[in-house]
Design a protein around this ligand. Structure first.
Ligand SMILES: Cc1cc2nc3c(=O)[nH]c(=O)nc-3n(C[C@H](O)[C@H](O)[C@H](O)COP(=O)(O)OP(=O)(O)OC[C@H]3O[C@@H](n4cnc5c(N)ncnc54)[C@H](O)[C@@H]3O)c2cc1C
Length: 446
């Protein structure tokens, strides 16, 4: 082949564009880059509105201050360089299906100066993996007075306000006001429950670093508010009861069958009229897919903006476009309803799509995705980890607790890291983190 013919073949490569480099999208881009990009069999491009990736299930630890983000963030540019895919920064704002182009908004810096202009990216195959955001169900006051944990920036902002609240209470001349040092977490799914337990520990550790005018037992109050009859409604009742008892033992105030009517600067008002005073309100009461998906050039979406996909993960109205992870409404074969929005689902879907996109390039038919639920684990930080494991290996559904459950919980993140970095780098990183943990405060203080 002449040099010119080789260049033409290179330029004609199949273009796979992935929008969203989260739990699912970044694993997909990495593995496709290694398998197809490296050998020039396809051009793989990842578009993300952020510049660095942090695995979302770590966000409650960032918010509580038990994790330093810097040790876990991954630069998209570096990952793209190492794994033979291209990375473009920017937020997808539209789509032209006829021209097969993704439209991306300009990127501005903090001073409003343009970094990249409005751009379009052409694709042959498009994978949308933009995740989800919290759903406030139109509740008044949430946008102004509550914080979500959808992005690392939001988790960091919550943590800063938590530290500020403790320093303010320690430094002020007068007594602590009724709403001060009270935290209300709306939604007792895994995020809300895990955050409550982490906050119980980290507020005590924070105060122990010299903020001695605060008595955590008396002054710090954590409320968890859940609209359902019990916390963790997605878990078996036995487990949710056990975890509720643990939370109550930590003096976390649990309110079930309690619907929030309004959030204000003073805290919350419940539908029955009860007021819960709170200085910090976290909204973790359900998810929906980002608004942009509701207007994506006629692609079918459901009432929470998720793109409706076939079991092959192709969108129902365009077989050149796939969706995975939280933003996809994919039927759960063999079960009623859709696959739940979980990191383990995004991970499995990414692995499935790696194989299916290779088949697509080879002109072979696609196979349906079958989700395997390995169970759910809830980490109460250093206090406990509880959950149920499912599957043939353990013979159905088995309750697990303690060290074994903690190891299983950590293994989900390790699987994500292994998919991104391979064994040697994960082993080195884990070792490095073990060392730095011994030389730093056990809670982030700024
Ligand atoms: C605090 C917390 C704890 C959790 N704990 C668990 C757990 O223990 N176990 C579990 O299974 N799941 C857990 N989850 C859920 C889990 O994080 C999600 O199910 C998972 O991250 C979904 O992966 P994803 O790839 O679909 O989306 P995400 O991981 O959310 O990634 C989406 C990506 O898309 C990018 N993006 C968004 N919009 C655009 C746009 N318009 N243009 C360009 N880029 C865009 C974002 O920047 C992000 O990088 C937790 C979630 C939270 C918030």
């Amino acid at each position: 082949m002449t040099e010119r013919a080789a260049q033409a073949a290179f330029d004609e490569r199949h273009r796979i564009v992935i929008v969203g480099g989260g739990a699912g999208g970044l694993e997909l881009a990495t593995r496709l880059g290694d398998r197809l990009g490296r050998r020039g069999r396809a051009q793989v491009i990842l578009i993300d509105k952020a510049r660095a990736h942090l695995w979302k299930p770590l966000l409650h630890e960032v918010a509580a201050g038990s994790m330093d983000m810097g040790h876990h963030e991954l630069d998209y540019l570096a990952q793209a360089h190492w794994h033979h895919f291209g990375y473009r920064v920017g937020k997808m704002v539209g789509l032209d299906r006829r021209r097969r182009e993704v439209q991306v908004a300009p990127v501005l810096d903090e001073s409003g100066i343009e970094v990249t202009p409005k751009r379009v990216f052409a694709y042959d195959t498009l994978v949308i993996a933009v995740g989800s955001v919290s759903n406030d169900f139109g509740t008044p006051g949430v946008a102004d007075y509550a914080m979500a944990l959808d992005t690392p920036e939001e988790a960091k902002r919550f943590h800063r306000r938590l530290v500020d609240a403790c320093i303010r209470a320690h430094a002020q001349a007068g007594p602590i006001r009724p709403e001060q040092l009270r935290i209300a977490i709306v939604g007792a799914g895994a995020t809300g429950v895990e955050l409550a337990a982490e906050l119980h520990r980290t507020t005590r550790e924070l105060v122990a670093y010299g903020l001695d005018r605060i008595d955590p037992e008396k002054d710090v109050h954590i409320h968890v508010i859940e609209a359902a009859e019990r916390i963790l409604p997605a878990l078996p009742e036995r487990l949710s009861k056990g975890i509720e008892e643990l939370l109550r033992a930590l003096a976390v105030e649990v309110h079930t069958a309690a619907r929030v009517a309004e959030v204000s600067a003073q805290g919350l008002r419940l539908v029955g009229g009860q007021q819960i005073a709170a200085e910090l309100v976290v909204w973790a009461a359900g998810v929906k897919a980002p608004e942009v998906l509701a207007h994506l050039d006629g692609l079918e979406c459901n009432r929470i903006n998720q793109l409706v996909v076939r079991p092959t993960l192709e969108t129902t109205r365009d077989s050149n476009i796939f969706a995975l992870g939280d933003c996809a409404a994919c039927p759960w074969l063999g079960n009623a309803g859709n696959i739940p929005p979980r990191a383990q689902a995004a991970h499995q879907e990414a692995s499935h799509l790696v194989r299916m996109l290779e088949r697509r390039l080879a002109g072979k038919p696609l196979r349906p995705f079958r989700y395997r639920d390995f169970g759910s684990l809830v980490s109460l930080g250093k206090y406990s980890t509880i959950g149920n494991l499912m599957g043939a290996l353990v013979g159905g559904s088995v309750r697990v607790e303690g060290t074994f459950a903690r190891l299983m919980y950590l293994s989900l993140y390790k699987m994500h890291e292994l998919a991104l970095h391979g064994f040697a780098k994960v082993a080195l990183d884990t070792f490095a983190r073990l060392i730095t943990r011994r030389t730093e405060p056990i809670v982030k203080l700024h």
